[in-house]
Design a protein around this ligand. Sequence first.
Ligand SMILES: [Zn+2]
Length: 248
Amino acid sequence: MKKRNLNKLALLILDFDPEHHGRHLNEAMTYFIDEVYPLLGQDAKCVVNICGLALLHYKRYGNRNDGFKKFKKMILEGKIIIGNHSFMHYDFTGGFLQREETPLSEILVELCRLDELCGEEFLMYPNCYRAPYFNINEDTRQLLRDRFRFDFNGYIKISSVYEEDKVIEKGDRNYRINTNIVLDSQSWQEDIATPSQVDLERIGRYVVSAHPYEFHSSCNSYKETNENLKLLLNERIVFVSPEDFIVN
Ligand SMILES: [Zn+2]
């Protein structure tokens, strides 16, 4: 019988978006790799949901201090688990940016382009997914079911207290780790730092959603983000892969 893991587990999910109000995204990612990741502990794992535009930009301009090289190495070593965050970062439902809904055929192209880019760069395809702005419709979900194992959609509310069976929905081969709340354009203000979604009330299992730049001093709320991280580290949290998060 498998020994039950009594460690407190956390799943750190970062969205690598193409732009965020002109912030220094490349520097922020390299900062995460150099300064934040080493704090997470031995063999820490995290998910980075990659957007194609961000990845291309990082590859082209982000190699100061070997940033991109180290990013790639961490992926190949399994420290960073890659997720598909689409190629262009359109809002597929149109809701957040108040545009037309993206046709399913185009959504498929968006998913494939990112998969192919990861295949070229890292010789692997993502098995996680998060939609831009967390917005997703039922048709898209059908597409996801066959392509990915983990669906990180839905918005994790700051005040949520998760029951174990509500956080994790198990399907045949897919897992959704979320609270299934659709994000609308009014609900997400710049100053609500997503790392506040750290939930310290739970029974030793935490989901932390953030952007890499939120740890970096170019972000208004970086102090709060780093404080939250410190709280978790004080609790001797182990940062695990989605697989281990589900299984243990
Ligand atoms: Zn995003």
